[in-house]
Structure formats: C-alpha cells, structure tokens
Write a protein that binds this ligand. Structure first.
Ligand SMILES: Cc1cc2nc3c(=O)[nH]c(=O)nc-3n(C[C@H](O)[C@H](O)[C@H](O)COP(=O)(O)O)c2cc1C
Length: 353
C-alpha cells in the first residue's frame, strides 16, 4: 500500500492505542517489521495550546519514522491549527480519530460521535487537507453507532470526497464490545465505492486472520491493535510469510524473554529505570499470556520494585515453562478474557482463569 511518498509494501500497521503505543512499544513493533506505527490519540486543542502531556504523547524520534500522529477533536479550526503545528515534526500521516467509543471521549463529542455528524466530519477532513502541505491525511472510523445505524458507506464516501488519502475501518460499531468479533464483510462494499485505499482493523490476532481476510476480501492494508500487545512477533511472522513463504510460528519462551528484555531497555531509555520497572510488568503478562503459568505470573509480578528481582523472577518463570513445571492450561480462555479487557487480571473473580 502507498501512502503519499511512503510505500508500505505489504507491511502491517500498528494501530494507535492510548497508554500502550508509547515510544518503546512503537520501537519494538518497528524492530519486528511493522511498516508504520502510530502515536496514541492526542488532543488537537492540547497541541495548539502546547499542553505538556499532549506534546509528551505526541513526541517521536526521527528514527521512528515512518510514523503517524492521531488527532482527537471536533473543532475544524482548532484541528486546522493542530495539523499546521504537527507538520513541523514531519510525521508520515496525520489521522483523525472518528472511532474512539470510550464514554469520556464521546461525551465531549469527539471520536466515534463524529460518525453521526456528516457535515462536521466532512468539514474537519477538508480543513485537515487544507492545513497539510505535504502530509497524507487519514480517518479512522467505526461502522456506525450501532447495528441499526450503520453508516460506514456514507462516511467513507464523505471522507474520500473531502480529500482523505485513505481510510481505516474498524469493523465494529460504536456500541460493540471488544469481545464481539469485527465484521470484515463490509470491506468489499467499501472498496467498491471509494477510490482511496482502505485499511482494515479489528480482531486481527494472527497471520491466519490476515490470510483469512485476504482470501475473502481485498483491503489495501491491515492495522493491528490488541493483536500486537505482547505480540510484536505478528509483524515478523507475517513479513516472513510474504517474503519467504514461511511462517516461523509462535515464538518460544526464550525468544519472548529476549523481547521483554529489549522492551525494558527501551522503557529505561524513555522513562528512566524506576518508572520502567512499573511499566514493564503488565507487558510481561501480555508477552507470556499464551504460555502456561499465567496465574503464577500474576500472583507475583506486580509486587516487584527492583529490576534484578523482577528479572530473576521472569527468568525463573521461563525456566518453569521450558521444563513443563506448570500445569497445562486453556490458552483460549486467557485469550477470551484478554479480548474482553486487555488488563484481564482486573476482571471480577468469577471471570478469572
Ligand atoms: C487500550 C486501547 C487503547 C486504544 N486507543 C486508541 C486510540 O488512541 N485511538 C484510536 O483510534 N483507537 C484506539 N483504540 C482502538 C484500536 O486502535 C483498534 O481500533 C481496536 O482495538 C480494534 O482493533 P483490534 O480488534 O485489533 O484490537 C484503542 C484500543 C485499545 C485496546
């Protein structure tokens, strides 16, 4: 897929995820072969006001390129100014968030609430295009408000007519919960009515999910969100399938451990060691969620405040996995909980593994 000057080839795109796709996460995804990564959504108003937190979430290193920045807002003039500001940092794409269904975002009339306001949506995209001198503009949207109000066809057409360079379709409605599988069947209809590239997003967790989509529909690109959490291997596996016709398969515990160590190194560079220790813990759970012993990991992992002790514990965990010291477990049930809530260990006790 081509986005302006950028030729992604067949490489996958890492989705924007608030509190997840920070610099270290993006670097890992890039190391493993993601073609394009995204900052989390940032407030357009925060950009214009030079708000400290907004700029922190927005900041990226030139070494991270290609990278996209995602804007959240609903005021066309403010978004115009934000695009002008952001262009100075030279990102590869600027995206408009029209898909976030989190209540505090929708209450402000941002994110997925734009799906019900075609005139405003069109005006915002038009202003983004006008503000941008060289950066491609994209729109990430859901199918509609709920199953009775699906208006993706109208909205993608409107996005294309207003100048968007491509669209990302998260194939769920605003009302759908995350455990409901995405409905990819909209893709062909969408592709048939707009001339710009269409990127599919939703429920892509493995190379076989991508192959299934490819065998039935023809999106131009694939954007991965939860499927990349604790699993940058999806990017390298898919690239290997495309380039060498060979799937190296799921990583073993040693490969996962090496990736955790690299991720921690990046977190230390970005935040310093103490915050990095706190931040790596949930990633460790996500990295090892497909292996036996998840409960034992969860019992202790959050209690460590010391780098050496934490990593000795994880090393011991890897040893126990490799030497079959844990009972076999139902991998699918962890995945089900993860789909419901990424911090699945916070679910009520009756839901637990
Ligand atoms: C923790 C989390 C944070 C997210 N933050 C954003 C965001 O900042 N902007 C956005 O457009 N979507 C956000 N999303 C939605 C994802 O980008 C993606 O559209 C959604 O998870 C569906 O893809 P998946 O089924 O592959 O997870 C977030 C999702 C999760 C799980």
């Amino acid at each position: 897929m081509k986005i302006g000057e950028l030729d992604l080839g067949e490489r996958l795109i890492l989705a924007p995820m608030a509190d997840i796709t920070d610099k270290s996460f993006r670097k890992i995804a890039k190391d493993f072969g993601a073609g394009l990564t995204f900052t989390q959504m940032v407030s357009a108003e925060g950009v214009v006001l030079n708000n400290f937190d907004t700029l922190r979430f927005l900041s990226f290193s030139k070494l991270e390129k290609p990278i996209g920045v995602q804007l959240l807002g609903n005021n066309p003039d403010i978004i115009f100014d934000a695009v002008r500001e952001i262009e100075r940092f030279n990102p590869d794409v600027i995206d408009l968030n029209s898909g976030c269904s989190v209540s505090k975002v929708v209450k402000l009339d941002f994110g997925a609430s734009l799906l019900d306001q075609p005139v405003l949506l069109s005006k915002i995209i038009g202003k983004m295009k006008l503000a941008s001198t060289k950066t491609p503009i994209s729109v990430k949207m859901r199918l509609g408000k709920d199953n009775s109000h699906i208006n993706i066809i109208e909205n993608v057409k409107l996005a294309a007519d207003s100048g968007a360079d491509y669209v990302v379709v998260h194939c769920r409605t605003r009302k759908d919960k995350y455990e409901i599988p995405a409905d990819w069947s909209w893709l062909d209809k969408i592709k048939s009515i707009i001339p710009i590239p269409v990127v599919v997003n939703g429920s892509i967790f493995s190379p076989s999910d991508i192959m299934e989509i490819k065998s039935r529909y023809s999106p131009d690109g694939f954007m991965i969100a939860r499927g990349a959490i604790g699993n940058p291997f999806l990017f390298s596996r898919y690239n290997s399938i495309i380039n060498n016709n060979f799937d190296p398969g799921e990583p073993n515990a040693d490969e996962v451990f090496a990736t955790v160590q690299q991720h921690f190194k990046y977190l230390c560079e970005d935040y310093g060691e103490d915050p990095a220790i706190q931040k790596i813990k949930k990633h460790v759970v996500w990295y090892f969620k497909n292996f036996s012993g998840v409960n034992s990991l969860l019992d202790k992992i959050f209690s460590f405040d010391n780098n050496r002790e934490l990593f000795e514990f994880v090393e011991e965990h890897v040893y126990r996995i490799k030497n079959s010291k844990y009972k076999n477990f139902d991998n699918a049930s962890v995945q089900k909980l993860f789909n419901e809530k990424i911090n699945f260990w916070e679910l009520s006790i009756e839901n637990k593994v």
